[in-house]
Design a protein around this ligand. Structure first.
Ligand code: PAF
Length: 307
C-alpha cells in the first residue's frame, strides 16, 4: 500500500508520455537550460550518474526510454533485452527527471518511415566492424531524440566511447546546437563497468567479469611506467584477460580518442584503450583513456564529447 502510494506520487511528479509529439510540446514548455539523458531502460547507477550530472548543470532534465530495434543486428536478441519499466519510472522520478518519453517502435518509425543517418569513418572500426548496421541505428535514433528533446546539453556515458564519438560527429555534421557531456564509467566494487547486460551473467561469470577492468588497469600501469609501444600496452591487458578461463577476447585496441584512428605507435598524446570480451553469452565492453588520470568528466568531454 505504502509502496503503491509512493509510485503514484512519483508518476504524478514525473510527466511521462509515450507520444513523441506530445513530449515535444511539453518539452517546449520547459524554461531555462535543458539537459537530456537517453536510455534503453533497465536503469542502473551509470544512467543515474548521467541524470545527476544533468541536474547539477541545467534547469531541468528530460529523459527517454526506448529499446531501439534498429540498433540491434539480426543475431542480437532484441526480445531478451532487460525491461524493468516500473523500476525505471521510480528511478527517473527519484533522480529528479521532469519529463520522460517512452515511445514505441511504431511511433518512432511509423509506416512509411524511410530516413537513416550514416556516419562514415568513425563507425568503421571497433564495434562498427563487429556489429553491422549498429551505428546507423544509433545515429538515426539519437538524431530523432535530439529533435524531440531539444537539449542544451546531452549526457552520455564513457562506457560506450565509440557511440559518443559517433554521436558527436553526427551532431557536428548536422549542426545540432548542443554540447555533449561525457560522464565517467560507473563501476561495481570489483571494477566491473555497470551495464544492463550484466544481468545476463551467471554467478561464476559475474565473478570472472571483473577481469576486463583488471586488464585495463594492467595496461594503465605499464603506460604509467613509460611504455608507449602499442603491442606491449595491448599485451599487458591481453595477458590478464586471457588468463581467465571464462573470458573469450573479441578485441583489444588502441585508438586516437578524437578520430578513433588506430594508434600505430603511442606518443604522450592521450589514447583510448578499448576491449571487448565474451563472458559466456554476454559480450562485455570496457575502455579507458591512457594516461589513467584522464578518466574524468572534463577530460572525457574534451576528448570524446564537446560541441
Ligand atoms: O546507449 C544507449 O542506451 C543507446 O544506444 C541510446 C543512446 C539510448 C540510443 O538508443
Amino acid at each position: 500500500m505504502q509502496r503503491w502510494n509512493l509510485l503514484t506520487k512519483a508518476i504524478f511528479r514525473l510527466k511521462v508520455t509515450d507520444n513523441p509529439a506530445e513530449f515535444q510540446a511539453l518539452r517546449r514548455a520547459l524554461k531555462g537550460r535543458i539537459g537530456a539523458v537517453y536510455t534503453m531502460g533497465a536503469l542502473h547507477e551509470g544512467h543515474l550518474s548521467l541524470v545527476s550530472r544533468a541536474r547539477a548543470e541545467n534547469d531541468a532534465v528530460v529523459a527517454t526510454l526506448f529499446v531501439n530495434p534498429t540498433q540491434f543486428a539480426q543475431n542480437e536478441d532484441l526480445s531478451r533485452y532487460p525491461r524493468t519499466l516500473e523500476h525505471d519510472l521510480e528511478a527517473f522520478e527519484r533522480a529528479g527527471v521532469s519529463l520522460l518519453l517512452t515511445p514505441t517502435p511504431e511511433t518512432m518509425y511509423p509506416s512509411g518511415y524511410q530516413t537513416s543517418i550514416t556516419v562514415e569513418k568513425v563507425t568503421q572500426g571497433l564495434e562498427g566492424a563487429h556489429r553491422p548496421g549498429h551505428f546507423v541505428g544509433v545515429a538515426t535514433v539519437v538524431a530523432k531524440l535530439f529533435n524531440l528533446t531539444l537539449p542544451d546539453r546531452a549526457y552520455f556515458g564513457q562506457k560506450d566511447a565509440q557511440q559518443v564519438v559517433v554521436v558527436r560527429q553526427m551532431a557536428r555534421d548536422l549542426n545540432f546546437p548542443l554540447e555533449i557531456i561525457v560522464c565517467p564509467t560507473v563501476r561495481e566494487a570489483d571494477g566491473l563497468a555497470m551495464s544492463s547486460r550484466n544481468a545476463f551473467l551467471t554467478a561464476p561469470q559475474r565473478q570472472a567479469a571483473s577481469v576486463l577492468y583488471r586488464g585495463l588497469q594492467a595496461a594503465g600501469e605499464v603506460y604509467t611506467r613509460g611504455e608507449r609501444a602499442t603491442a606491449r600496452l595491448i599485451d599487458a591487458a591481453y595477458q590478464v584477460i586471457a588468463a581467465e578461463p571464462l573470458a573469450e577476447i573479441d578485441y583489444i585496441a588502441l585508438n586516437d580518442p578524437r578520430t578513433l584512428a588506430p594508434i600505430v605507435e603511442a606518443t604522450d598524446a592521450p589514447v583510448l584503450l578499448s576491449l571487448v570480451a565474451r563472458i559466456g553469452t554476454p559480450r562485455l565492453l570496457d575502455n579507458c583513456l591512457l594516461p589513467l588520470e584522464l578518466n574524468n568528466l572534463q577530460a572525457l568531454t574534451r576528448l570524446l564529447g564537446g560541441t
